[in-house]
Design a protein around this ligand. Structure first.
Ligand code: KIV
Length: 273
């Protein structure tokens, strides 16, 4: 069923998301990187579409999110924005485009907003990027934070295992969440941390907290599209629920097409002019 059946579509805004937290209504968020997929995700009624730097992995085939560039993120984001009628579109500022200083961060955020038409940006980190977050917000650009497992710092962590299991790291994460809220972030993503800590964070801040591998006691959930559709089969962490097996469906379709071509079954007279 499409949520766009009526002529006037009510767009999701930061205000809508804040109200959803207040009402206790869970927020749905999924990644998308291109026009055709974003159109379907928006039609389905997703609250937030994240143009994640996971595009570096699932679209470009890189091992990490580090190589994707600001220009490439803007290319993906503008395709998504062209498809969307209702969802709130958030774009990751890629590695190396905001960590240097707050002027660089602001310049990157403005390029994303101006050139793609997106509605907000997302950045990874807490106190260490506070100045950049404040500077971006001062230009009127909504910012979503991202704490816990932050894939842009993978070479610092060395592994993709659960973060903040130790008391000191958990305390810093909670403190960082409060700092991001104080700065004015409209929401925070928590990735791969214990469910009990995520619950504590969601209760401690008044802005929506969206989890990925952070348990059920947060204000919403986010997944990477290619993982939840089963297009990628190599990546199966415990937190991932696979809603389809599109790799099999697509393989079957491609193989059937090859067979039909080889056997001269395609095209038939009815499929010819
Ligand atoms: O890039 C991405 O897809 C993300 C999600 C995992 C939250 O940041």
């Amino acid at each position: 069923m499409s949520v766009h059946s009526s002529a006037s579509v009510k767009r999701v805004t930061t205000h809508t998301l804040q109200e959803m937290k207040l009402r206790g209504e869970k927020i749905s968020m999924l990644t998308a990187y291109d026009f055709s997929m974003a159109k379907i995700v928006d039609e389905a009624g997703m609250d937030i579409i994240l143009v994640g730097d996971s595009a570096s992995n699932v679209m470009a085939g890189h091992e990490t999110t580090l190589p994707i560039t600001l220009d490439q993120m803007i290319y993906h984001a503008s395709a998504v924005v062209r498809a969307v009628k209702r969802s709130f579109v958030v774009v990751d500022i890629p590695f190396g485009s905001y960590q240097g200083n707050s002027t660089e961060a602001l310049r990157s955020a403005i390029r994303i907003m101006k050139e793609s038409g997106a509605h907000a940006v997302k950045v990874e980190g807490g106190s260490e990027i506070k100045e950049s977050v404040i500077r971006i917000l001062s230009a009127g650009v909504p910012v979503m934070g991202h704490l816990g497992l932050t894939p842009q710092s993978i070479y610092k962590f060395g592994t993709y295992t659960v973060r903040a299991k130790e008391e000191s790291e958990a305390a810093k994460l909670l403190e960082d969440a409060k700092i991001l809220e104080e700065c004015g972030c409209f929401a925070i993503v928590l990735e791969k941390i214990p469910a009990s800590l995520a619950k504590k964070v969601a209760e401690a801040v008044s802005i929506p907290v969206i989890g990925i591998g952070a348990g059920p006691h947060v204000d919403g959930q986010v997944l990477v599209m290619h993982d939840m559709l089963g297009i990628t089969q190599e990546f199966k962490p415990r937190f991932l629920r696979q809603y389809a097996d599109l790799q099999k469906t697509m393989l079957d379709a491609f193989q059937q097409y090859i067979t039909d071509v080889k056997n001269r079954d395609f095209p038939t007279d009815r499929e010819s002019y």
